[in-house]
Design a protein around this ligand. Structure first.
Ligand code: ZN
Length: 68
């Protein structure tokens, strides 16, 4: 199985929290890599995607952090 590395390094300036719906400045709370299997092609492919974790700036929010 082929391994294809895909990186998304650009951080967004603005983001919306799915927990409270607050539109806010993107505040990074770390990142991790997620492996995605793509079986839609003849040869199965593994994709590595960077997932950014954002911190919610709303103190009343129950989610605290979310990924986008
Ligand atoms: Zn929130």
């Amino acid at each position: 199985m082929k391994l294809k590395l895909v990186e998304f390094k650009r951080e967004p300036k603005k983001c919306i929290c799915p927990g409270c719906g607050l539109k806010q400045r993107f505040k990074s709370n770390g990142r991790y890599f997620k492996t995605i299997k793509d079986l839609s092609m003849d040869k199965p492919l593994k994709l590595k995607a960077e997932v950014l974790r954002a911190k919610c700036l709303n103190q009343a929010c129950s989610l605290k952090s979310f990924t986008r």
